[in-house]
Design a protein around this ligand. Structure first.
Ligand SMILES: [Zn+2]
Length: 346
């Protein structure tokens, strides 16, 4: 395994937000070139969470496409029809994105030359990142919901790059960030997270699981999800850093910085900043689409204060925990949604 020269050093908490002086970029070039997610896809994905019909159709389409692609490998007739289909630009434009579908629930999409986004819809689409650093080391930010999907993702990474991630990061204590830890720890992939995660799993882990199960009950979700979420192992990271200090990983001249801007979606939500790449993983602190999602562990008063601090990062791409990535405008979008939510409070 090529691990590269990793140096871990702790930061002063203030440096997490006061080191970046480069001018803000107000437009994500990736999206202006039409290569990113279309903004509408946010609403489609999030609506699937709410509407069982859309949700079911989404999985039927994914399953059908996956099965067909598998059939093309073994059946020449399917292969011929598939090639005809793909050679038609009008039809192919529906599927000719950078997505790689790993199974009916898990896909990976390239956002920039060195950054891929993994999205696990189990059942609510949740994002994480695979980031290639300057020395080719790979970092995994957040895991899919389950150990099985995380294993599939790591297998795909190993097939594509020949090595597994050198480390993984959990951005808070919920299952959409660390549901795959059991697999990563079994594979001896170091998992990093704040020292608050373990305590929160102990004090709120059971309630967080119950919240997930209640959402599934409310949407009459497939028993597959219920069964998996009811038994999902919630394992904390095996490498921790003090929440308020954040953490650095340095690979040559390429940096991965973890910072805690304050409470918001949860008390322990951190963001991950890649300054050389101008990519910010906002996790569940940053909102895309039209809903603020699960607020069971949220602090609605502190959330906007924490989000405003993220403006210090001159990000070209901001990736939310759920929904479509975009440019720095996602910060103001998040603030608007939070403002609406606070106004609706009794
Ligand atoms: Zn969460």
């Amino acid at each position: 395994m090529r691990t590269g020269p990793i140096t871990n050093r702790r930061s002063e908490s203030k440096t997490c937000f006061e080191n970046d002086t480069l001018p803000l970029s107000f437009r994500c070039s990736l999206f202006s070139q039409g290569q990113g997610f279309e903004p509408e896809s946010t609403f489609t994905l999030l609506d699937m969470f709410i509407h069982p019909t859309g949700f079911t159709l989404f999985h039927i389409v994914l399953f059908t496409k996956n099965t067909y692609l598998e059939s093309m490998k073994t059946n020449p007739v399917f292969c011929f029809i598939g090639m005809l289909f793909m050679s038609n630009p009008a039809l192919f434009s529906q599927t000719a994105d950078e997505s790689v579908i790993l199974d009916a629930y898990l896909r990976v999409r390239q956002l920039t030359p060195a950054v891929w986004m993994h999205t696990h819809a189990f059942p609510w689409p949740a994002n994480g990142l695979i980031v290639q650093m300057e020395d080719s080391s790979l970092i995994l930010i957040d895991t899919p919901y389950t150990p099985e999907a995380t294993e599939l993702l790591v297998q795909w990474i190993e097939n594509r790059w020949g090595v597994p991630p050198v480390l993984a990061v959990n951005t808070h204590f919920h299952v959409d960030n660390l549901g795959g830890n059991a697999f990563l720890l079994k594979r001896k992939i170091p998992v990093w997270g704040s020292d608050a995660i373990n305590g929160l799993l102990k004090t709120r882990g059971r309630t967080a699981r119950e919240t997930t199960l209640n959402f599934l009950r409310a949407m009459h979700a497939d028993s597959l999800y219920f069964h998996k979420h009811a038994r999902m192992p919630y394992m904390p990271p095996d490498h921790t850093f003090p929440l308020e200090e954040g953490h650095f990983f340095i690979f040559g001249s390429d940096t991965c910085r973890i910072a805690w801007p304050g409470s918001g979606h949860s008390p322990d939500n951190v963001v991950v900043w890649f300054p050389q790449k101008k990519v910010l993983f906002g996790g569940c602190l940053i909102l895309s689409g039209s809903r603020i999602g699960n607020t069971a562990d949220a602090d609605l008063d502190s959330w906007p204060v924490s989000v405003k601090k993220l403006k210090i990062f001159p990000a070209a791409v901001i990736v939310p925990g759920h929904g479509a990535p975009a440019g720095p405008e996602l910060i103001d979008h998040t603030l608007e949604l939070l403002d609406e939510a606070r106004n609706l409070e009794p």
